[in-house]
Design a protein around this ligand. Structure first.
Ligand code: UTP
Length: 310
């Protein structure tokens, strides 16, 4: 039970304004957050996760292809009417679900100047309260709790809370990386003593990677407004959080996640997410699993025969 008396975060910010270059050309005209994972766009899973954790005031940071995102969370009268006339209640409910999830607001990031800059665009909406940030292309398996323990940790310890996940040492250069030390008697919560964005091989302080969930203190806005462009010429959230570990005024705590997480902006991870969620799908799961099991034992499935890869 939380007894600190600190307010619990109520708002969620979902950055979805990146260029999605790893997934071109699919992301030329639609944001990567709108790519479907089975029958819902990735961002809907993220919004549903936020709502499950009690965050019903959502702000999406949109980029140049914002129309598809806005339309998805808005009503579609013609479609609803057509389904109603056909008596297709199931599909009607599915269409209506995305617009009934919570209060979804939008703000435009004029130029994709980095995740830190995207979060800074939320300042006027968030105000002076702690708030969550959920990356719109990062899926956390519904059965593996992460956001709620992070909200708890923020209430207990204050400051900024980041999600950390162990990755193989040879992959840590792809992530923000944390130096940590134990805190309390809770093995899954650690104090973050330093952070480095995409460390050069051999320079990583650990194999704990930052993944796409944060619960932040509003003082982060001040730090972000003073953060200079870093890696890739972008304003990095990791750099502002690293400053927060150094200044000592508002610390950073890490919650270590041991469940399943998928970066749907990465093609391989996207395919894994699609497969896992497809085999569990209420309507198509059983048939898909059956087909998959048969197919992996065919020469094509074994990679010994079939068409050339594109
Ligand atoms: P990524 O680094 O995964 O996004 O950002 P990207 O730049 O679109 O990726 P690639 O490498 O080109 O494929 C993590 C999250 O931050 C958002 C992205 O939309 C994603 O949800 N983001 C990133 C912004 O909202 N604005 C930015 O300027 C950059």
């Amino acid at each position: 039970m939380i007894t600190s008396g600190r307010p619990r975060a109520q708002k969620a910010v979902i950055p979805a304004a990146g260029l999605g270059t790893r997934f071109l050309p699919a992301t030329k005209a639609i944001p990567k957050e709108m790519l479907p994972v089975v029958d819902k766009p990735a961002i809907q899973y993220v919004v549903e996760e936020a709502v499950r954790a009690g965050l019903t005031n959502l702000l999406t940071i949109t980029g140049r292809n914002k129309v598809a995102l806005e339309n998805h969370f808005d009503r579609h009268w013609e479609l609803e009417q057509a389904l109603e006339q056909k008596g297709d209640v199931n599909r009607l409910r599915r269409v209506q679900k995305s617009q009934m999830l919570g209060e979804v607001h939008f703000v435009r990031q004029g130029e994709p100047r980095g995740l830190g800059h995207a979060v800074l665009c939320a300042q006027a909406h968030v105000g002076q309260e702690p708030f969550a940030v959920l990356l719109g292309d990062d899926l956390i398996d519904e059965g593996d709790p992460l956001l709620e323990p992070m909200l708890d940790a923020q209430q207990r310890h204050g400051g900024n809370v980041i999600a950390l996940m162990e990755v193989p040492p040879e992959q840590i250069h792809l992530y923000g990386c944390a130096a940590v030390e134990p805190v309390d008697n809770d093995g899954d919560v650690v104090r973050v003593t330093g952070l480095v964005e995409k460390p050069a091989p051999g320079e990583a302080p650990s194999n704990l990677a930052i993944i796409g969930r944060y619960v932040l203190d509003p003082s982060i806005f001040d730090l972000l407004s003073r953060t200079q462009p870093g890696r890739g010429g972008e304003i990095q959230l990791t750099d502002a959080l690293a400053e927060s570990t150094r200044s000592g005024e508002v610390g950073v705590v890490g919650v270590i996640f041991k469940g399943h997480r998928y970066d749907t902006g990465d093609r391989l991870d996207y395919l894994k997410a699609m497969t896992r969620l497809a085999v569990r799908h209420r309507e198509v799961g059983d048939e898909f699993r059956e087909w998959l099991l048969e197919w992996v034992n065919t020469p094509e499935g074994q990679g010994t025969e079939g068409s050339a890869p594109h």
